[in-house]
Design a protein around this ligand. Structure first.
Ligand SMILES: C[S@@+](CC[C@H](N)C(=O)[O-])C[C@H]1O[C@@H](n2cnc3c(N)ncnc32)[C@H](O)[C@@H]1O
Length: 278
């Protein structure tokens, strides 16, 4: 992702899902004073600073936002810097972790990030290494979404095929029993799963323009297109969206504005690294 400014203005869907997860799954009652907290994929930093940070206990030791993208990290540092929060560059799926991350945190959060990551097993192995024994993590990311069917359909179009890559499809999209597959993976990395479920979610965009901007903010194909092709790409994207049952684009009140609603599946994971290993 390379459009932090647009993302910070057009990420209401992600924010609403992240808040749903915090409201329903965050429990800080067992936290200790000076606990260290890592947010994986903090992106523009907005959700971390405006929504997560205020919900954490006041006596936390450190709070680090991390992201693989230098552009995102620099934007977060500039726009959302507060004294108590650090931002650092980290690819959570890398083969080798920076030494200061290993065994360095009591809690990991990750919001709307892990559907971008192909190397799922390496990622959970890394999260396990990052956590101290007894540490826990709360994750949410897309299990499946119509946008990936749009990518697959547009890859059949000669004009967009050269820009389409398999790695843009979320790793669990279209899988049967995705929660079982994910739980298996987490257990292989050593985690005890307290929650590993798929939530059915529905989001209504204000109008078609806000849907288009929200797509442009996160779409991985658009940065590779010649700028003069972006408008045609988005027109074809919306055409494809109209053909999907999971996305509804309609003119509700007979005014000029069409509304867009999407339904999709979201993972919620709460998992613990056991106190004693082995
Ligand atoms: C949609 S943003 C989410 C930002 C924020 N957490 C939120 O919920 O609004 C996803 C972020 O994940 C980051 N990301 C993708 N792959 C990653 C990886 N392997 N390691 C760390 N961050 C990654 C992207 O750079 C992007 O900033």
């Amino acid at each position: 992702m390379d459009k932090p400014d647009l993302y910070s203005k057009y990420s209401d869907l992600q924010r609403s899902d992240n808040l749903f997860v915090l409201d329903n799954y965050l429990d800080v009652s067992g936290w200790k004073a000076e606990d260290a907290v890592l947010d994986v994929g903090s992106g523009d930093g907005k959700f971390l600073i405006e929504n997560l940070y205020p919900r954490l206990p006041e006596n936390i030791g450190k709070l680090v936002g991390s992201d693989c993208s230098e552009i995102m990290v620099n934007f977060a540092k500039e726009r959302y810097s507060v004294d108590e929060v650090e931002f650092a560059q980290l690819d959570i799926s890398s083969q080798e972790l920076p030494p200061n991350f290993e065994n360095g945190f009591d809690h990991i959060f990750s919001f709307y990030t892990l559907h971008w990551v192909r190397e799922q097993r390496q990622t959970y192995d890394n999260m396990y290494k990052i956590l101290k024994p007894g540490g826990d993590m709360l994750l949410t990311f897309l299990a499946s979404n119509g946008i990936y069917d749009i990518y697959l359909n547009m890859a059949k179009n000669k004009r967009w095929k050269p820009y389409s890559k398999k790695e843009y499809i979320a790793p669990f999209h279209g899988m049967k029993n995705p929660e079982k597959q994910l739980e298996k993976l987490l257990k292989k990395s050593g985690f005890k799963c307290n929650v590993c479920k798929v939530e059915n979610r529905l989001f209504a965009f204000r109008n078609l323009d806000s849907f288009r901007k929200s797509v442009i903010a996160v779409n991985p194909i658009i940065p590779n297109l010649p700028p003069e092709d972006v408008s045609d790409y988005m027109d074809d994207y919306v055409k494809e969206a109209r053909g999907l049952t999971k996305i509804t684009i309609e003119n509700m009140n007979n005014n000029a504005e069409e509304s867009v609603s999407v339904d999709y599946k979201l993972f919620v994971v709460h998992a613990t690294k056991p106190e004693t290993v082995g």
